[in-house]
Design a protein around this ligand. Structure first.
Ligand SMILES: CCC[C@@H]1OCC(CO)=C1C(=O)O
Length: 208
């Protein structure tokens, strides 16, 4: 067997092992997000995660040494997904006001369908019970929407007298209040419709 042949199987094996580890970590994150979203942080154990995965608890601990590290990873994944959503919408070349509206439309669908978003929202509410550093929520949403409403003011889309930052805080409060109520009353099954109602009224008030 030549040196080159000898190297290939070892490299291939190492690559396969790494691929498998990446996949297992992603599966663990997804299942833990489902459980955190369904039951909350405190009622979810690493044993629950292992059982739903059909893995040993040791296999879960291999990727996440503590339940807190799982929560941190899910919140980081949650935060990490929004820049792509924002970029996709901004690539559509909509007006600033329509861009704000469309980003929140996408958020409503994401909160309905994506366990990571659902868990991220719930873990933020449960921050006092999680012994880990988690980012302060809603601030980046407010910054993003403020910048869009400032631009909307210059493009003549924003109603006279509306302060962009107050408008952004109102949108964040209305959206996250709506998504929480939809979660509590309907497990977010009606979140897109509920957001539609909130959107009509809030953007009616914001538009010039
Ligand atoms: C537009 C990024 C918004 C940011 O990413 C996820 C998240 C959680 O709600 C955020 C926030 O609260 O500011």
């Amino acid at each position: 067997m030549t040196t080159r042949q000898r190297k290939t199987p070892v490299r291939a094996t190492a690559d396969l092992k790494q691929d498998r580890a990446i996949r297992t970590r992603a599966q663990t994150l997804h299942v833990a997000a489902q459980l955190f979203a369904e039951r909350g942080f405190r009622a979810t154990s690493m044993q629950h995660v292992a059982e739903r995965l059909g893995m040993t608890k040791g296999a879960v601990y291999f990727h996440f040494p503590t339940k807190e590290s799982l929560a941190v990873a899910i919140v980081e994944e949650h935060y990490g997904r929004w820049p792509m959503v924002v970029k996709e919408v901004q690539a559509e070349g909509l007006s600033p006001m329509r861009t704000a509206e469309e980003i929140l439309n996408r958020a409503a669908v994401a909160f309905r369908d994506d366990p990571v978003m659902q868990a991220g929202a719930r873990l933020q509410l449960e921050r006092p019970h999680i012994d880990a550093e988690l980012p302060t929520p809603y601030l980046e949403w407010t910054q993003l929407l403020t910048s869009l409403l400032v631009t909307a003011r210059y493009s003549g889309e924003l109603r006279e007298g509306i302060d962009p930052e107050a408008g952004a805080r109102t949108l964040v409060s209305a959206f996250f209040g709506m998504q929480h109520i939809s979660d509590v009353l309907a497990h977010r099954a009606d979140i897109v419709e509920r957001w539609g109602e909130v959107r009509e009224l809030t953007f009616f008030a914001l538009r010039a």
